[in-house]
Design a protein around this ligand. Structure first.
Ligand code: CMP
Length: 228
Protein backbone atom coordinates (compact mmCIF):
# COMPACT_ATOMS: atom_id res chain seq x y z
CA UNK A 1 0.00 0.00 0.00
CA UNK A 2 1.29 3.49 -0.87
CA UNK A 3 2.44 5.54 2.16
CA UNK A 4 0.02 8.35 1.28
CA UNK A 5 -2.97 5.97 1.27
CA UNK A 6 -1.90 4.46 4.60
CA UNK A 7 -1.63 7.95 6.07
CA UNK A 8 -5.13 8.82 4.78
CA UNK A 9 -6.67 5.63 6.20
CA UNK A 10 -5.17 6.44 9.61
CA UNK A 11 -7.17 9.69 9.64
CA UNK A 12 -10.51 7.85 9.14
CA UNK A 13 -12.13 7.23 12.57
CA UNK A 14 -13.86 4.06 11.26
CA UNK A 15 -10.43 2.51 10.70
CA UNK A 16 -8.76 4.01 13.78
CA UNK A 17 -9.13 0.79 15.87
CA UNK A 18 -7.01 -1.09 13.31
CA UNK A 19 -3.24 -1.41 13.41
CA UNK A 20 -1.07 -0.67 10.38
CA UNK A 21 -1.07 -4.29 9.20
CA UNK A 22 -4.89 -4.43 9.29
CA UNK A 23 -5.14 -1.20 7.33
CA UNK A 24 -3.73 -3.17 4.40
CA UNK A 25 -6.95 -5.31 4.57
CA UNK A 26 -8.97 -2.13 4.10
CA UNK A 27 -6.90 -1.09 1.14
CA UNK A 28 -7.37 -4.55 -0.40
CA UNK A 29 -11.18 -4.58 -0.06
CA UNK A 30 -11.79 -0.97 -1.17
CA UNK A 31 -11.70 0.77 -4.52
CA UNK A 32 -10.50 4.35 -4.85
CA UNK A 33 -12.95 6.63 -6.70
CA UNK A 34 -13.04 10.32 -7.64
CA UNK A 35 -16.26 12.32 -8.06
CA UNK A 36 -16.64 15.64 -9.85
CA UNK A 37 -18.19 18.64 -8.12
CA UNK A 38 -21.98 18.43 -8.65
CA UNK A 39 -21.96 14.69 -9.40
CA UNK A 40 -24.82 12.74 -7.80
CA UNK A 41 -23.41 9.54 -6.28
CA UNK A 42 -26.83 7.97 -5.74
CA UNK A 43 -30.49 8.90 -5.43
CA UNK A 44 -32.92 8.24 -2.62
CA UNK A 45 -34.77 4.99 -3.42
CA UNK A 46 -31.89 3.45 -5.41
CA UNK A 47 -30.81 -0.04 -4.34
CA UNK A 48 -27.62 0.35 -2.30
CA UNK A 49 -24.62 -1.90 -2.59
CA UNK A 50 -21.67 0.31 -1.61
CA UNK A 51 -20.30 2.10 1.44
CA UNK A 52 -18.45 5.36 0.76
CA UNK A 53 -15.59 6.63 2.92
CA UNK A 54 -14.56 10.19 2.11
CA UNK A 55 -10.83 10.86 1.95
CA UNK A 56 -11.14 14.38 0.50
CA UNK A 57 -13.91 16.81 -0.47
CA UNK A 58 -17.47 17.24 0.81
CA UNK A 59 -20.75 15.47 0.12
CA UNK A 60 -24.26 16.73 0.70
CA UNK A 61 -26.83 14.19 1.96
CA UNK A 62 -30.35 15.34 1.12
CA UNK A 63 -33.97 14.29 0.68
CA UNK A 64 -35.56 15.53 -2.52
CA UNK A 65 -39.30 16.28 -2.52
CA UNK A 66 -41.90 15.95 -5.30
CA UNK A 67 -42.01 19.74 -5.91
CA UNK A 68 -38.26 19.97 -6.52
CA UNK A 69 -37.33 21.37 -3.10
CA UNK A 70 -34.89 19.58 -0.81
CA UNK A 71 -34.09 18.98 2.84
CA UNK A 72 -30.37 18.85 3.55
CA UNK A 73 -29.71 16.21 6.22
CA UNK A 74 -25.95 16.54 6.49
CA UNK A 75 -22.78 17.80 4.86
CA UNK A 76 -20.05 15.21 5.30
CA UNK A 77 -16.30 15.80 4.95
CA UNK A 78 -12.98 13.93 4.95
CA UNK A 79 -12.87 10.91 7.28
CA UNK A 80 -16.65 10.45 7.32
CA UNK A 81 -18.63 7.58 5.76
CA UNK A 82 -22.12 7.23 4.29
CA UNK A 83 -24.25 4.67 2.50
CA UNK A 84 -24.07 2.23 5.45
CA UNK A 85 -27.84 2.08 6.12
CA UNK A 86 -28.74 0.21 2.94
CA UNK A 87 -25.84 -2.16 3.53
CA UNK A 88 -27.05 -2.90 7.07
CA UNK A 89 -30.83 -3.12 6.60
CA UNK A 90 -31.03 -4.12 2.91
CA UNK A 91 -33.54 -1.34 2.13
CA UNK A 92 -33.19 1.26 -0.66
CA UNK A 93 -31.11 4.42 -0.15
CA UNK A 94 -32.74 6.59 2.53
CA UNK A 95 -31.42 9.83 0.99
CA UNK A 96 -29.50 11.16 -2.01
CA UNK A 97 -25.80 12.05 -2.03
CA UNK A 98 -24.10 14.71 -4.15
CA UNK A 99 -20.47 15.84 -4.28
CA UNK A 100 -20.36 19.59 -3.56
CA UNK A 101 -16.60 19.65 -4.14
CA UNK A 102 -14.34 17.35 -6.09
CA UNK A 103 -14.19 14.22 -3.91
CA UNK A 104 -11.75 11.42 -3.33
CA UNK A 105 -13.38 8.35 -1.74
CA UNK A 106 -12.98 4.69 -0.89
CA UNK A 107 -15.88 2.53 -2.01
CA UNK A 108 -16.52 -0.79 -0.26
CA UNK A 109 -19.01 -3.48 -1.35
CA UNK A 110 -21.67 -4.99 0.94
CA UNK A 111 -20.02 -8.40 1.44
CA UNK A 112 -16.62 -6.88 2.17
CA UNK A 113 -18.19 -4.39 4.61
CA UNK A 114 -20.04 -7.16 6.48
CA UNK A 115 -16.89 -9.30 6.63
CA UNK A 116 -14.89 -6.30 7.84
CA UNK A 117 -17.40 -5.57 10.66
CA UNK A 118 -17.40 -9.24 11.74
CA UNK A 119 -13.60 -9.37 11.81
CA UNK A 120 -13.11 -6.04 13.58
CA UNK A 121 -15.49 -5.53 16.55
CA UNK A 122 -13.74 -2.22 17.30
CA UNK A 123 -14.77 -0.92 13.87
CA UNK A 124 -18.38 -2.13 14.47
CA UNK A 125 -18.44 -0.11 17.68
CA UNK A 126 -17.07 2.90 15.79
CA UNK A 127 -19.92 2.55 13.23
CA UNK A 128 -22.48 2.33 16.06
CA UNK A 129 -20.94 5.43 17.63
CA UNK A 130 -21.41 7.39 14.39
CA UNK A 131 -25.00 6.13 14.00
CA UNK A 132 -25.71 7.15 17.61
CA UNK A 133 -24.38 10.67 17.01
CA UNK A 134 -26.46 10.98 13.83
CA UNK A 135 -29.60 9.90 15.73
CA UNK A 136 -28.89 12.47 18.45
CA UNK A 137 -28.41 15.11 15.78
CA UNK A 138 -31.73 14.17 14.13
CA UNK A 139 -33.47 14.43 17.54
CA UNK A 140 -31.93 17.87 17.99
CA UNK A 141 -33.14 19.00 14.54
CA UNK A 142 -36.66 17.79 15.39
CA UNK A 143 -36.50 19.72 18.64
CA UNK A 144 -35.28 22.86 16.84
CA UNK A 145 -38.11 22.56 14.30
CA UNK A 146 -40.58 22.48 17.19
CA UNK A 147 -39.04 25.10 19.48
CA UNK A 148 -37.08 27.62 17.35
CA UNK A 149 -38.38 30.10 14.78
CA UNK A 150 -36.72 30.40 11.35
CA UNK A 151 -34.20 33.14 12.36
CA UNK A 152 -33.29 31.04 15.44
CA UNK A 153 -32.73 27.88 13.36
CA UNK A 154 -30.75 29.87 10.79
CA UNK A 155 -28.54 31.49 13.46
CA UNK A 156 -27.86 28.08 15.03
CA UNK A 157 -26.98 26.50 11.68
CA UNK A 158 -24.65 29.39 10.72
CA UNK A 159 -22.81 28.97 14.05
CA UNK A 160 -22.41 25.22 13.40
CA UNK A 161 -21.17 25.83 9.84
CA UNK A 162 -18.75 28.43 11.22
CA UNK A 163 -17.35 25.83 13.64
CA UNK A 164 -17.03 23.09 11.01
CA UNK A 165 -16.04 25.15 7.94
CA UNK A 166 -14.85 28.52 9.28
CA UNK A 167 -11.71 30.41 8.32
CA UNK A 168 -10.63 33.61 10.15
CA UNK A 169 -10.70 36.69 7.90
CA UNK A 170 -10.52 40.44 8.62
CA UNK A 171 -13.11 41.20 11.30
CA UNK A 172 -14.88 37.86 11.26
CA UNK A 173 -15.07 34.21 10.16
CA UNK A 174 -15.68 33.17 6.57
CA UNK A 175 -17.79 30.03 6.12
CA UNK A 176 -15.98 28.17 3.34
CA UNK A 177 -19.15 26.77 1.72
CA UNK A 178 -21.20 28.21 -1.11
CA UNK A 179 -24.48 29.04 0.64
CA UNK A 180 -27.38 30.20 -1.49
CA UNK A 181 -30.58 31.18 0.32
CA UNK A 182 -32.23 28.09 -1.21
CA UNK A 183 -29.43 25.92 0.24
CA UNK A 184 -29.79 27.49 3.70
CA UNK A 185 -33.57 27.04 3.47
CA UNK A 186 -33.04 23.33 2.70
CA UNK A 187 -30.74 23.06 5.72
CA UNK A 188 -33.12 24.56 8.28
CA UNK A 189 -36.46 23.44 6.83
CA UNK A 190 -37.75 26.88 5.83
CA UNK A 191 -38.80 28.74 2.70
CA UNK A 192 -36.21 30.66 0.65
CA UNK A 193 -38.16 33.88 1.23
CA UNK A 194 -38.04 33.55 5.02
CA UNK A 195 -34.27 32.94 4.85
CA UNK A 196 -33.75 36.03 2.66
CA UNK A 197 -35.68 38.10 5.21
CA UNK A 198 -33.72 36.72 8.18
CA UNK A 199 -30.34 37.14 6.40
CA UNK A 200 -31.17 40.79 5.63
CA UNK A 201 -32.11 41.36 9.25
CA UNK A 202 -28.89 39.73 10.50
CA UNK A 203 -26.82 41.83 8.04
CA UNK A 204 -28.55 45.07 9.12
CA UNK A 205 -27.82 44.21 12.77
CA UNK A 206 -24.11 43.73 11.88
CA UNK A 207 -24.12 40.01 12.74
CA UNK A 208 -22.89 38.91 9.31
CA UNK A 209 -21.98 40.04 5.81
CA UNK A 210 -22.90 38.30 2.58
CA UNK A 211 -20.30 38.22 -0.21
CA UNK A 212 -22.05 36.68 -3.19
CA UNK A 213 -22.89 33.17 -2.03
CA UNK A 214 -20.39 33.29 0.84
CA UNK A 215 -21.08 34.43 4.40
CA UNK A 216 -18.73 36.14 6.85
CA UNK A 217 -19.92 35.92 10.45
CA UNK A 218 -19.09 39.21 12.20
CA UNK A 219 -20.70 38.58 15.57
CA UNK A 220 -21.06 34.97 16.78
CA UNK A 221 -22.32 36.35 20.13
CA UNK A 222 -25.11 38.20 18.33
CA UNK A 223 -26.08 35.02 16.46
CA UNK A 224 -25.96 33.03 19.71
CA UNK A 225 -28.34 35.49 21.36
CA UNK A 226 -30.71 34.94 18.43
CA UNK A 227 -30.82 31.17 19.06
CA UNK A 228 -32.42 31.26 22.52
P1 CMP B 1 -28.14 4.90 2.89
O1 CMP B 1 -29.56 4.90 3.31
O2 CMP B 1 -27.53 3.65 2.42
O3 CMP B 1 -27.95 6.02 1.75
C1 CMP B 1 -28.13 7.39 2.14
C2 CMP B 1 -27.13 7.67 3.23
O4 CMP B 1 -27.18 8.97 3.74
C3 CMP B 1 -27.46 6.79 4.44
O5 CMP B 1 -27.23 5.44 4.10
C4 CMP B 1 -26.55 7.41 5.47
O6 CMP B 1 -25.22 7.00 5.29
C5 CMP B 1 -26.66 8.89 5.07
N1 CMP B 1 -27.60 9.60 5.93
C6 CMP B 1 -28.95 9.48 5.96
N2 CMP B 1 -29.48 10.29 6.90
C7 CMP B 1 -28.44 10.95 7.47
C8 CMP B 1 -28.33 11.92 8.50
N3 CMP B 1 -29.40 12.41 9.13
N4 CMP B 1 -27.09 12.36 8.83
C9 CMP B 1 -25.99 11.89 8.19
N5 CMP B 1 -26.04 10.97 7.20
C10 CMP B 1 -27.24 10.50 6.85
Amino acid sequence: MAGATLEMLRQVPLFAPLGAARLADVDAMAQRRRFRRGEVLFHRGDPGSMLYVLLGGRVRIYSPSEDGSEMVLAILGPGEFFGELSLLDGLPRSASAQAIEECDALVIGRDEFHRFLRQHPGASIAVLGVLSRRLRRTDELLEDAAFLDVPGRLAKRLLELMDSNGEPVDGGTLIRLRLTHAELAAMVGATRESITKAMKRFARAGLLEAHGHFVVVRSPEGLRRRVS
